[in-house]
Design a protein around this ligand. Sequence first.
Ligand code: KIV
Ligand code: ZN
Length: 386
Amino acid sequence: MQNRVYIFDTTLRDGEQSPGVSLNMNEKLQIARQLARLGVDIIEAGFPITSPGDFAAVQAVAREVKGVTVAGLARANFKDIDRAWEALLDAEQARIHVFIATSDIHLKYKLRKDREQVLAAAVEAVKYAKKYTSDVEFSAEDASRSDVDYLCRVFGEVIKAGATVINVPDTVGYTTPEEYARFIQTIMEKTPGMEKAVLSVHCHDDLGMAVANSLAAVGAGARQVEGTINGIGERAGNAALEEVVMGLYTRKDRYGLTTGFNTREIFRTSRLISSLTGMPVHPNKAVVGKNAFAHESGIHQDGVLKERTTYEIMNPELVGITAGNLVLGKHSGRHAFRNRLTELGYELNDEELNLAFGRFKALADKKKEITDHDLQALVEDEIRHV
Ligand code: KIV
Ligand code: ZN
């Protein structure tokens, strides 16, 4: 079994399904470029059939963002797949991502199809997508609540039809780490031809277990993890990729696995996405929250000053928080100020920038050296109020 885990980012598709979030094409492109710098393996840029705007965004990402696979989502029907391919065809490496639900509850109430009909639709769709590209992912929506024997049958047939990635979504965030790990193991053992495909997981966070479930699945053999930056997404969101990756990195003694992430781009990516989506990052959020590396109690501060690792399991610089850097002083101008904020991932509108610049000048009068950490606190405490 290989020791590389592929990271599939769906911030622009499932992430954009967060209530109240709507990104325009330029914002999506900006995020996609940053995701490529971050080192994700696959960017799911959208669901092209859903709207002309989504189609255009997937097309723009496919045309302009290189060095990464670009995926477009399609239901298991020819029209969706045609539209997805039309949007993707200029990508350096394109993936068509086909999905259909497999749980009895979805079959009965949503699709109004029986198991044989769903199986036939899945196989037909994968064969059809395969005419366009060799890279076809199949997702069984609500997989974690599906009958495992039926699921393995569907997976075996779609692999025969040409699917190269098999995704096992926990669509409603219902599973638990031990249960999901066993489920993944069973799928690996019982699906004919599974060794020919990459097994992928896609977890939602309704019970707060999306990251734990993803890591448990990786421990059981999954080699692609899907999620979003800052964990944004439908309802309670998706697995936060920065947490998954830092979990694998920090506990490589436990997992022995690597990713292609450039972890030093994590903080900037988090703040860019927060700025553009308008979704603040909770101060206590693991890895990227503004308190994630703050030590408040005297005992902790004393320990960290003596030896960082007493209370820090990750070096903040590893995730791109350069707290010690001298960046600006009281003579710095507005232009340098704006540039540094942009480098840190903050996109402020003119009004916010004016306010922030005024606060910065006041701070610079009191404090000679203004660090990245000061700028982060200034924006998040005084401008964004998170
Ligand atoms: O949660 C889900 O099941 C999905 C699929 C479309 C992969 O987002
Ligand atoms: Zn999802």
